[in-house]
Design a binder for this molecule. Structure first.
Ligand code: ATP
Ligand code: MG
Length: 375
């Protein structure tokens, strides 16, 4: 999953970006996403899409670690929690709830046509959430009143669906959502896998994939991976992504990190090995401070949790009113969930003081529920 919305700032749009913690973030994620975040962070929303990581088999301990580490990498790459809203998706329950309302708007026919479902799903053991997650992704977008969504090729079908659902919902229940406009995404340079430059570098590759540079790899490991990067055997220093993709990839990486053109980078080196050395220096130089800052943040779990709760609070203040509009429009009368512990239900004095026994045999005395805010 890759939710993005970055309309031109002059259009008054806000940046919205979600990254699924499906693996430890890579140099590709850094150059293609994280590095850009800091530049457009004011009024922006940046979240770790942990709910989307539940669509395929997952390990809870790994998910927990990757979620926190991804959030720490957002901050370590320059997102300032006072300027941008940085949060974990599952900390804003409106995502799940609006996701369900949109599942109740979508048709099985249109969900079944999603290419990613056709490719990855369709077996009896496929999780149902892999089928419905485009509705959750639509909720991710619609909750923030996003005006423009840039679409890259792999997600365009999901964003089209989001638009269709918003239009259908508004037509059926009354004007509720801002219908996002699709815009072609700026084509960012794609970092290729060092061991197989025909493929993109992906975070969900196996943890020990030799061609994937992780943002948290120590300098030695980065050096080893880059020294072993696959090139070609003609020895000619020439920038040609079609016939010399390995060399072009290294030049693209150096170019992205130094602001030079890849052709200039190639021209400045006599041999492949020299270019690899330059690449090691550039990558280690860029990632070292990010890794150190990440480690500091992870070394203070309570502090990190506070920062993320601060972000979740800000996200809820924008998302909850949108959810409320959708609930009202659909005819739901139950009082909304409130993250501050209030259940929104009026007090039931008769229950107070009554003692019950839980399923696990524990005795509890019921307290009167909080007086909810039913605005
Ligand atoms: P997955 O394997 O889970 O799809 P991924 O590495 O492809 O992981 P995404 O979650 O699909 O990452 O995308 C997160 C962000 O990183 C997006 O903005 C995407 O454009 C960017 N991105 C991902 N891979 C690269 C890459 N190799 N080069 C440049 N940008 C990338
Ligand atoms: Mg991807």
């Amino acid at each position: 999953m890759d939710v993005r919305s970055n309309p031109p700032a002059e259009a008054g749009g806000r940046e919205l970006s979600g990254i699924t913690p499906s693996g430890s973030l890579t140099l590709g994620n850094y150059l293609g996403a994280l590095r850009r975040f800091a530049a457009r962070q004011d009024d922006g929303f940046f979240f770790v899409a942990d709910l989307h990581a539940l669509t395929t088999e997952h390990d809870p301990a790994r998910l927990r670690r990757l979620t926190l580490s991804t959030a720490a990498l957002f901050l370590a790459s320059g997102l300032d929690p006072d300027r941008a809203t940085v949060f974990v998706q599952s900390g804003v329950p409106a995502h799940v709830e609006l996701g369900y309302l949109l599942e109740s708007t979508a048709h099985v026919g249109e969900l079944g046509r999603m290419i990613q479902f056709k490719e990855k799903g369709g077996r009896p053991g496929t999780r149902a959430s892999l089928f419905t997650y485009p509705c959750l992704m639509a909720a991710d977008i619609l909750l923030y009143d996003t005006a423009t969504v840039p679409v890259g090729t792999d997600q365009s079908q999901h964003v089209e669906l989001c638009r269709d659902l918003a239009i259908r919902f508004n037509a059926t229940y009354g004007a509720t959502f801002t219908v996002p406009r699709l815009a072609p995404a700026a084509v960012a340079a794609r970092v290729r896998d060092l061991a197989d430059p025909a493929r993109k570098m992906n975070k969900s590759a196996p943890d020990d994939a030799p061609g994937v540079i992780r943002l948290l790899d120590p300098p030695d490991l980065i050096r080893r991976k880059l020294r072993r990067a696959v090139t070609d055997s003609d020895g000619e220093m020439r920038y040609d992504p079609a016939t010399k993709p390995g060399l072009a990839n290294l030049a693209d990486i150096v170019a992205a990190l130094t602001g030079r053109s890849p052709q200039e980078v190639i021209a400045a080196h006599g041999r492949y090995g020299e270019l690899k050395d330059t690449c090691v220096d550039a990558v280690v130089g860029a990632l070292d401070p990010v890794r150190r800052r990440h480690d500091e943040l992870m070394g203070d779990p309570a502090g990190l949790a506070r920062l993320l709760e601060h972000g979740a609070g800000r996200a809820r203040s924008v998302a909850d009113p949108v959810l409320r509009r959708a609930r009202d429009a659909m005819g739901l009368v139950g009082a909304p969930y409130r993250a501050d512990g209030g259940c929104g239900v009026p007090p039931m004095p008769t229950a107070a003081g009554r003692t019950t026994v839980d399923e696990d045999g524990e005795r509890r005395t019921l307290q009167p529920p909080h007086q909810g805010n039913r605005s």
